[in-house]
Design a protein around this ligand. Structure first.
Ligand code: AMP
Ligand code: MG
Length: 523
């Protein structure tokens, strides 16, 4: 059996009240934070990929990853000895509205393990029904599983706080999905991803117990979370609860600033998809900016209002923090200190954003012009349809004291260079004059600046069409591109001469294609 150091007793028996009903029947689960469940046995499971990085992180070997035990455990067909899988109860605000009980409808926590002092919860996504499955089947399809698997590992290597992925497997079962919700359901290959994180607790876990006026369970959950994940805050008290909110706010701000930096659009920032540890969680209809566009969302379900578009992500974090603060209120019983935390977020978000953008632009010596340079650049990038990744990566090649044609440096980032109007061209010229002047105030050399900028501006991200190509191949039974992209995205900031073909703009065929720029929540 796999040599994992299990760490479960404390979790179940002492801390969280367990749901007494040990079966998967769908129901409202009250006065409890989770329910024991049994993963569904799968027909003919087949492992498609194992994250070598995550294996190592858990203390497992490549041999372990190739073993029959591994396949069976991470497709839900075999339980690790002395473990009791469970699904968590949470609620959430979806697209601005309270949705009541949601919960792990298709996620099953297998166990918790410790390796080199770090704790990891191992969770299967797509391993069958739970009490929280509501009207759905508890399963996941291959396309969304490939997207979650590749993207969460890619985000980790980009330095973005995220849940991770250990393995991607076919379940061998067929799953019925209506991709565009237009009455054309089709069978697709079922798949199971094993996700890992120190914890999968979300804002919604707190909201559901607060919404039920269940102060006792709320306190149990908050105290549990602090004890296990914010232990430096000390013993539970009103003060600790306020500090807890502050830390969640800080970590969430850090997370969303990374999203803005790399051009990641989550797509469904409902409060049930907000990790209490500030991790990117629940990779659904997410996307990567190709043409830089503050108004872009990949999520077709959100097309009407674009609530979760790229440019609003930092504000939505605040909206979600307000909901978390409300959920914590019964333990604090004073609004002012909770409000102070929220105000602090809104006071710091702009500074954090400017600091992040200055980093992307290689502007170290703070100057009052920088805010203007950033705002004007955003306008120009937006109006000229410019590839975000290519633009920032190539910008690092601009010398600070030699006159060069800026178009030679960043020109390949423009999707339609011939369509740029004279007015826009002249604005670009002015911007580059402004930026070059700012660069002249920098003490660092061009080489030093380039080195630093290249650590903030990735060369390779999981462009929407890249994931789609891997999915199309996989549907035909060819899984090689999954590994190619996995390997590529392990080193997103490095030059990889053999992989230049992935440092290109989105091909035209992918502009409006389902699965690339348009994704639904169907997964
Ligand atoms: P998501 O949009 O993936 O964040 O999911 C929102 C809620 O729907 C969560 O409670 C999920 O567990 C649940 N859910 C999504 N897909 C399924 C499914 N296929 N079966 C059961 N529950 C699901
Ligand atoms: Mg979710």
């Amino acid at each position: 059996m796999l040599d994992l150091k299990l760490n479960i007793q404390d979790y179940f028996n002492k801390e969280l009240p367990a749901d007494p009903i040990l079966e998967n029947s769908r129901r409202q689960v009250t006065e409890a934070c989770f329910s024991f469940v049994t993963p569904k046995k799968t027909e003919k499971p087949e492992l498609l990929h194992v994250s070598s990085e995550m294996l190592k992180t858990l203390g497992l070997t490549a041999e372990d990853g190739a073993s029959a035990d591994f396949l069976n455990v991470f497709t839900g067909n075999q339980l690790l000895p002395n473990t009791k899988p469970y699904a968590m109860c949470y609620g959430g605000h979806q697209f601005g509205n309270w949705a009541g009980q949601l919960g792990d409808g298709r996620a099953i926590n297998l166990c918790e393990v410790t390796h080199t002092t770090k704790n990891w919860a191992l969770q299967l996504k797509g391993a069958g029904e739970t009490p929280y499955s509501r009207t759905a089947d508890g399963l996941a399809v291959l396309r969304s599983s490939i997207r979650e698997y590749l993207c969460s590992e890619a985000m980790y290597h980009l330095g973005v706080p995220t849940t991770r992925a250990l393995s991607l497997a076919l379940s061998g079962d067929q799953v019925l999905r209506d991709v565009l919700y237009d009455g054309h359901p089709e069978y697709e290959k079922g798949a199971i991803v094993c996700r890992t994180a120190p914890s999968f607790i979300r804002f919604g876990n707190f909201e559901i117990v607060a919404a039920r006026d269940d102060k006792k369970t709320l306190k149990t959950l908050v105290d549990y979370t602090i004890k296990h994940h914010f232990s430096h805050l000390g013993a539970p008290s009103k003060e600790t609860y306020i500090q807890f909110l502050k830390e969640v706010a800080d970590q969430s701000l850090e997370m969303v600033m990374h999203w803005q930096r790399v051009g990641f659009v989550h797509g469904v920032m409902n409060t049930d998809n907000m990790s209490i540890l500030g991790l990117t969680i629940d990779y659904g209809p997410y996307g990567w900016l190709e043409g830089y566009d503050h108004n872009w969302t990949p999520n077709t379900t959100d097309r009407a209002h674009s609530r979760y578009r790229y440019g609003t992500q930092p504000k939505i974090v605040l909206w979600n923090l307000v909901k978390l603060a409300n959920a914590l209120y019964p333990l604090v019983e004073e609004a002012a200190p909770l409000e102070a935390v929220l105000h602090n977020y809104s006071d710091t978000v702009e500074v954090a954003y400017l600091t992040m953008m200055r980093g992307k632009l290689g502007l170290e010596n703070e100057h009052e012009n920088h805010a203007r340079i950033v705002t004007e650049l955003e306008r120009l990038l937006q109006e000229s349809e410019t590839d975000m990744t290519i633009f920032f990566r190539n910008l690092a090649n601009l010398p600070k004291d030699k006159p060069v044609d800026w178009f030679k440096v960043v020109g390949t980032a423009f999707y339609a260079p011939l369509e740029i109007t004279d007015e826009l061209k002249s604005d670009w010229n002015l911007w580059f004059i402004d930026y070059s002047e700012a660069l002249l105030k920098e003490v660092q050399t061009d080489d030093e600046r380039k080195l630093k900028m290249n650590l903030l501006n990735p060369k390779y991200v999981l462009r929407n069409y890249m994931a789609q190509l891997a999915i199309e191949d996989a549907d035909k039974g060819d899984y090689e591109l999954i590994d190619e992209l996995y390997q590529l995205l392990k080193k997103p900031y490095e030059e990889q001469p053999k992989n230049e073909k992935w440092f290109v703009k989105r091909p035209e065929w992918a502009r409006n294609k389902v699965g690339c720029s348009m994704l639904s929540c169907s997964s």
